[in-house]
Design a protein around this ligand. Structure first.
Ligand code: PLP
Length: 441
């Protein structure tokens, strides 16, 4: 323990001396040291276990240190660590096949990137070149990545200080009945009004200027608001009517998170481009990509695509994707996520919402759930303001951590997003802590 503590202290001190952190006021953070992780657990600098109900940034869908994926990375390292993307490589070819096989039949080609944001950058570039148009439509309450174009497309406060308003992005409101922008009281009303609002936005922006509509099929960090099926089908119909490319951002919701391989499958829609990252290989090695429809592929069949990356289809990353997808399939992880979401998380969270005076709404599917915390169930005032924090939220989070949980927190929400292969026992043990903390609060 002495040695563990000393190592953790050194890691912490060097971090504070030399590491610049994402999305942070550098001197106001105290990063938790993680010494190791296994399955659904991570261990802090003193070796204390925490149940990982965050899957980190909702990426370790197969949990930590899955032995088959770790072995696949070691095996690939012995053979070929890196190769120019211009060459063909067995692991890249196989990863592309496994991904396309799980997508609708019009999506047959994969462009690999290093992560989600650059997948979004390339999807938008493809849409612009394919249509010869410039504007992109995206919804408020969304996240699409931290690079220049992706952060401008994003509809959350992380955009505010990055956005000069000249990125060719127009934001619209999506359906979210619990906090309706449309004064709707039923899902049917919300759907109809949200679609009318999107149609008017397209018409008034000028359809001939709009290259793409990008939507997280189920918005993730923004709050896991599952859209009505009719809404998603309506978006697909509007895109078709106006010749707009429909991009499904599956970076967080994809690869089993919602209990299906891709979350757009819940709505029976087929996108033109699909962006993915995170769960494709659980983030063991950085990897993302864009799945491309045959129609858009044809645009670049005889005219070169003006884009690329040194590490596109990196062999170590692709080998880990192949092993991840095979492990998910062999071990029934997507089915496990769907089953535990329906039989454990959903019922328990709904019961909690009845009992707790601060749980306003719970919503989700698979291993992808949000708890919307409020000061007052009538007014639905958030327990922390949009884009901010509060003493009450901090207290709730502190108690969850003291109870051995590593939680996912966004403003006034707690997201229940553990690995897809978590056991029922681990899941119930974690939910016991949430129940205790939120009923006592
Ligand atoms: N798109 C969505 C829906 C995301 O949730 C994220 C990351 O959280 C991204 C894009 C960006 O991915 P990355 O952080 O790998 O660049």
């Amino acid at each position: 323990l002495e040695q563990l503590r000393a190592d953790a202290q050194r890691a912490y001190d060097l971090d504070r001396a030399h590491v610049f952190h994402s999305w942070s006021a550098q001197k106001q953070i105290t990063p938790m040291v993680i010494s190791r992780a296994e399955g659904s657990y991570v261990y802090d600098g003193e070796g204390r276990p925490f149940l990982d109900f965050s899957s980190q940034l909702v990426n370790t869908n197969i949990g930590h240190q899955h032995p088959k994926v770790v072995q696949a990375i070691k095996d690939q390292a012995d053979v070929l660590c890196t190769i120019n993307p211009a060459h063909a490589n067995d692991k890249r070819s196989e990863a592309a096949r496994l991904i396309s096989e799980r997508l609708p039949e019009n999506l047959n080609h994969i462009f690999f990137t290093n992560g989600g944001a650059d997948a979004v950058e390339h999807a938008v570039r493809m849409a612009r070149l394919h249509t010869g148009r410039r504007k992109v439509l995206s919804r408020y309450r969304s996240y699409h990545g931290g690079t220049e174009q992706a952060i401008n497309i994003t509809g959350d406060p992380r955009r505010f200080r990055n956005d000069a308003g000249d990125a060719g992005v127009v934001h619209f409101f999506g359906p979210f009945l619990y906090r309706s922008e449309f004064h709707a009281t039923t899902e049917a009303e919300e759907t109809e009004r949200a679609l009318k609002h999107l149609r008017r936005t397209i018409e008034l922006e000028g359809p001939e200027t709009i290259a793409a509509i990008i939507l997280e099929s189920i918005p993730g960090t923004a709050g896991i608001m599952i859209p009505p099926k009719e809404y998603m089908q309506g978006v697909r119909a509007l895109a078709d009517e106006f010749g707009i490319v429909y991009i499904a951002d599956e970076v967080m919701a994809g690869f089993g998170r919602s209990g299906k391989w891709f979350s757009f499958e819940h709505f029976d829609v087929v996108p033109d481009l699909v962006t993915f990252a995170k769960g494709v290989n659980s983030g063991y090695i950085p990897l993302g990509g864009v799945a491309i429809s045959d129609d858009i592929y044809d645009t670049f069949a005889d005219v070169s695509y003006p884009g690329g990356l040194t590490y596109s289809g990196h062999p170590l990353a692709c080998a880990s994707a192949v092993a991840t997808i095979n492990a998910m399939e062999d071990e029934g992880m997507v089915e496990n996520a769907a089953h535990l979401g329906e039989t454990v998380v959903g019922p328990r969270l709904r019961a909690l919402a009845e009992k707790s005076s601060i749980v306003g709404e719970v919503r989700g599917a698979g291993m992808f759930w949000a708890i919307d915390l409020v000061r007052d169930k009538e007014t639905r005032e958030e327990l922390a303001p949009y884009g901010g924090a509060s003493a009450e939220m901090n207290e709730v989070v502190g108690k969850l951590k003291a109870g051995g949980i590593l939680p996912f927190v966004n403003f006034n929400r707690l997201h229940i997003v553990p690995p897809l292969n978590i056991t029922a026992e681990e899941l119930n043990a974690g939910l016991d802590v949430y129940e205790k903390v939120l009923t006592e609060a």
